[in-house]
Unconditional design. Structure first.
Lengths: 285, 313
């Protein structure tokens, strides 16, 4: 399992301020912590970055790689910013990753960059026409992205299919569609296609104490489905790996000594699988 | 081989809710199947239509729906008696719209007087609604809940912003409670959980997922109601087994189609028929989606929907 450390995102206030001020301190501190906690790649999300995106991405890549011997996942919709970042990326620490191409024609050229700079590329299974309705629609889009990757000359081994995790608080059915999509994606090639998710989006909009709970059990369910990589909080994922055997036991229907934990796992799995309707207080029912 | 119609069986059921007291009490809910699926299980009660009146004259209602009440709507007591005695209302929904700060800004004491006067004049069950101003409703609804103590009314509407005080007053005075959320099934469930966590009996809640008129987002209300019913019946979700409210009249009689003059839009047909049909159609659709309690305005629309219920039960 590859963890792509998610914490360096322009959405976080502290990170945004550091990006604006070009203050290396917080960026390097967060990158280092994620590396120590087990991330194999560091995601650098600079947003749409319409102004000064090229310079910002270069600064992010070099700032991160100054202190962390890991590749960077270049996360923006700005094509020029990605290319600028790739030019300074230190490939000695591993293959860079691009987040992302999709089935939207505007995102096709990303594949050229993937080929030119020998990158891993995330293929988000959405098109121009809105969100996919279910696992089948995700698989259909995945097939188109795979076909296009081959057309552009990107090896399928460099492609990570992303089924698009949505918020459980507003799009509950999609949680299980995503799990099914991961299984379907794997079967679309031999050797199995690689898969990746933006994990914590599942709990976006949920009360804060609930977020790690949903993130963790959803992660285990995705692992069981064969997930290859996750853009996630490495610290949370390290905790999951320690608890994995008891979580798997409960998911397999076994009793465990910690009854509270058992109830928490069962209720969360039921919500993820759509067997009970989500509400912010579902654990209290 | 003879044809056997497929039947669904469900694990859950909708709580039956009785409002009012004595001979005039009415019950809705109680079914363990989707609306009107009497061939699959039990449907002990038919949907109940409450006729809407308000504490101040309906100056803002379009002509079509104001006309039938012209002679009585100057005073809520005569209005209520007309609904009970002439229109044979099974329940009356008294909306205290005049308490809204942007309207007449009537005080909780004014509202209490109106409620007491109406209660003294009619025997049918009463649904007492605030003005949907979250803050003002807390003082108004607490006062009227107390004034109507033990009359087994419905008090509404409790929302996320004000449910605590309104639910507490409702509980202390033995009333039922409308829990309203805004077209979001997950928030609707959450509000029901929060209200029951206060110790409020889950079988005394009526869920209002928020209404919308035909042509103005009814499909959202329809879908949320349908999903709530499926959660109640197929997942046996006790927080979603409350009867559903369709607050029809308020949403229908403010849209363009209910008031646009024939002179401007001759292709839309007769203004009066148009408005009545619109209210009846909206009510019919939401009843099919699962509403067990409807609040409506026009007597002819109500008759049409009652006729439809006769045919469906």
């Amino acid at each position: 399992m590859l963890i792509i450390g998610e914490k360096l995102s322009i959405i976080a206030k502290r990170v945004r301020e550091a990006m604006m001020k070009k203050d290396k301190g917080p960026i390097q501190e967060i990158a280092t912590r994620q590396w120590k906690e087990g991330s194999g790649v560091i995601d650098a999300n600079i947003g749409p970055a319409e102004d000064g995106g090229e310079e910002l991405m270069q600064w992010m890549v070099t700032t991160i790689q100054e202190v962390v011997p890991l590749p960077v996942c270049l996360d923006t919709t700005n094509f020029q910013a990605i290319e600028a970042g790739l030019k300074v990326h230190n490939n000695q620490w591993g293959k860079p990753m691009i987040n992302s191409t999709s089935n939207d024609p505007e995102r096709f050229p990303i594949l050229e960059l993937g080929v030119k700079y020998n990158c891993d590329v995330i293929g988000l299974t959405v098109g121009k026409g809105g969100l996919p309705a279910d696992a089948e629609e995700r698989a259909q889009i995945a097939a188109e992205i795979m076909g296009r990757a081959m057309e552009y000359g990107l090896p399928l081994d460099n492609l990570y299919l992303d089924p698009l995790v949505l918020q459980i608080a507003t799009s509950q059915d999609h949680a299980r569609h995503v799990i099914n999509a991961v299984k379907m994606f794997r079967e679309m090639n031999d050797p199995a296609m690689k898969t990746v998710v933006g994990l914590s989006n599942i709990s976006n909009g949920c009360p804060k104490p609930l977020r790690p709970i949903l993130n963790k059990y959803f992660f285990v369910m995705l692992l069981d489905a064969g997930l290859t990589a996750a853009i996630a909080d490495a610290h949370e994922m390290a905790e999951v790996m320690q608890e994995r055997s008891i979580i798997s036991d409960v998911m397999a229907g076994k009793e465990i000594a910690d009854k509270q934990k058992m109830t928490e796992i069962r209720k969360t799995v039921d919500v993820i699988m759509g067997r009970t309707l989500y509400a912010h207080s579902y654990l209290e029912m | 081989m003879a044809f056997t119609a497929p039947k669904e069986t469900y694990s859950g059921k909708v709580y039956p809710v009785t409002i009012g007291t004595g001979d005039t009490a009415v019950t809705f809910g109680g079914e363990n199947v989707l609306p009107f699926h009497s061939f699959e299980g039990i449907t002990p009660s038919r949907p109940v239509i409450a006729i809407e009146i308000q504490d101040v004259p309906p100056a803002d209602w379009p002509d079509t729906v104001r006309k039938p009440y012209d002679a009585v709507s100057g005073d809520p007591v005569t209005w209520a008696k007309f609904c009970q005695d002439d229109l044979k209302a099974k329940a009356i929904a008294l909306r205290l719209v005049g308490t809204h700060p942007d309207r007449e800004n009537r005080s909780p004491a004014d509202a209490v007087k109106t409620v007491k006067d109406v209660m003294a004049a009619v025997q049918v069950p009463l649904i007492i609604l605030g003005s949907n101003h979250a803050e003002k409703d807390t003082s108004v609804l607490v006062a009227v809940a107390e004034a109507a103590k033990d009359k087994n009314c419905i008090i509404g509407k409790a929302q996320e912003a004000n449910y605590k005080t309104i639910a507490a007053a409702s509980m202390a005075n033995n009333h039922k409670l409308i829990a309203m959320s805004e077209l979001d099934i997950n928030l609707s469930k959450q509000l029901n959980i929060l209200i029951t966590q206060m110790g409020f009996d889950k079988e005394k809640i009526i869920t209002d997922p928020m209404c919308s008129a035909l042509g103005y987002g009814i499909e959202y209300t329809y879908s949320v109601m349908e999903r709530i019913r499926l959660a109640a019946l197929t997942q046996n979700d006790v927080t979603m087994q409350q009867p559903l409210l369709g607050d029809i009249g308020m949403y229908v009689w403010k849209i363009k189609e209910a008031s646009a003059p024939e002179a401007d839009l001759p292709q839309w047909g007769t203004l009066e028929e148009r408005g009545i049909a619109w209210e009846a159609e909206t009510a019919a659709a939401l009843m099919i989606a699962g509403a067990g309690l409807l609040i409506m305005r026009h007597p002819r629309a109500i008759t049409e929907v009652e006729n439809l219920i006769d045919e469906l039960v």
